[in-house]
Ligand binder design. Structure first.
Ligand code: A3P
Length: 378
């Protein structure tokens, strides 16, 4: 009678041990299969990466995401001889901003990129070679940002002053979402007088042909003006040289407001920071002018120097002049009244004429007149 229940209990124990073992085996098997499959998939991904092209789309996306970490950037431009160096020196005197000398290579890379895009043959070749617009944009952006970041001291807000960058303003605005633009405007007659008397060589500009220069000025400023308008007044501001030098406080206040940068008094006396926070290039044409406080020496120098036959055709040769609000009927237009600060600057410069003469000599340009190396209007 006892035998039967004992045997059944043994059978029960055996059955329980068997099911426990089966559970254990199945868990071990699952873990092993899972580990093996993970390992295999890892291996297959890495070997794929080695064998095939990298997923450039995601690389570009990563690069684009980095754009949000870029420092805010200001681009200053306009036709050369329009006060662009003065503008950058004023901004350079702000503790949050750093512009520095012309980079010269930034407009060059932008011009190259524009040429690739403009030529259907070249563009098709690029696309056929695996290039995409996104890759090119990413590369151009990286190039420009690297130059901006490292060509001078660091600052919270980066700034570039290369006059012809404004020719590509809409493109630059698209690849640098956190950027703003200042387009310097100056009376064409003053610009041309400056080019011809200072012998500044800019591709296409003549040392003798006033008409040709007016037409080129018109072409250049028209394209920059259009670019600025396309970007919109929230991101591109036109700065009139005449207003800047006549009413510096009011003008600079407006500029800093537009840039969202707090006011500091140092911006009214950039000349005190020359050679300290502000460095100047000995190869740039405006260095020996920008060392001086904001003044009116250059405002009316062109008066009486426009050839009489050109005067009559001014509106035909350079219609932009009138469009921008200049009085083309007068040979001695009034640009407005000067504020006391500028008059005081002029007075001090007169009192210390010898000091300024020496300083101008020290900053005189040291290279032959070949600024046209990378500058092109069209
Ligand atoms: P002029 O050649 O007529 O004298 P840019 O830097 O864009 O080439 O512009 C140069 C012009 O800006 C020059 O005009 C120069 O006199 C003027 N400029 C530079 N520094 C200045 C200052 N401190 N005050 C007034 N104008 C200045």
């Amino acid at each position: 009678m006892l035998c039967c229940p004992i045997r059944r209990r043994n059978l029960c124990n055996m059955y329980q041990r068997l099911t426990r073992n089966l559970w254990l085996i199945s868990i071990v098997l699952t873990v092993t299969v899972f580990s093996l499959s993970t390992l295999f998939s890892k291996y297959s991904i890495s070997s794929q990466t080695c064998l095939t092209k990298s997923n450039d789309k995601s690389d570009v996306q990563t690069n684009n995401r980095n754009v949000s970490s870029f420092k805010p950037t200001i681009f200053i431009g306009g036709m050369p001889r329009s006060g662009t160096t003065l503008m950058r020196a004023i901004l350079d005197s702000h503790p949050l901003i750093r512009c520095g000398e012309e980079t010269r290579v930034i407009p060059r890379i932008l011009s190259m990129r524009a040429a690739w895009k403009k030529s259907p043959v070249e563009w098709n070749r690029l696309i056929a070679g695996g290039m995409t617009e996104a890759i090119l944009d990413s590369a151009v952006r990286a190039f420009v940002y690297e130059i901006l970041l490292h060509h001078s001291l660091s600052a919270d807000i980066l700034c570039d002053k290369d006059p012809f960058v404004l020719k590509y303003a809409t493109y630059v605005a698209s690849i640098f979402p956190n950027s703003k633009f200042l387009l310097l405007i100056r009376d064409a007659r003053a610009v041309i007088h400056s080019v011809m008397t200072r012998r500044v060589t800019i591709t296409g500009f003549s040392q003798t042909d006033y008409r040709q220069n007016l037409k080129l000025w018109n072409k250049g400023i028209e394209s920059m003006f259009q670019q600025c308008q396309q970007i919109g007044h929230n991101r591109c501001m036109m700065v009139y040289y005449e207003q800047l030098v006549l009413q510096p406080k009011k003008s600079i206040e407006n500029i800093l407001k537009f840039l969202d940068v707090p006011w500091v008094d140092s911006v009214l006396h950039h000349e005190e920071l020359i050679g300290k926070k502000i460095s100047l290039s000995k190869t740039e044409h405006s260095s020996d002018q920008v060392i001086k406080p904001i003044n009116l020496e250059a405002l009316t120098k062109w008066f009486g120097h426009v050839p009489s036959d050109v005067r009559e055709e001014l509106d035909v040769l350079a219609p932009m002049l009138k469009r921008l609000g200049y009085d083309t009927k007068s040979d001695t237009p009034s640009y407005g009244t000067a504020d006391p600060l500028v008059l005081a600057n002029m007075e001090k410069m007169k009192e210390n004429a010898d000091f300024w003469k020496q300083k101008v000599k020290a900053y005189a340009r040291q290279l032959p007149n070949n600024t046209n190396l990378f500058q092109k209007i069209s």
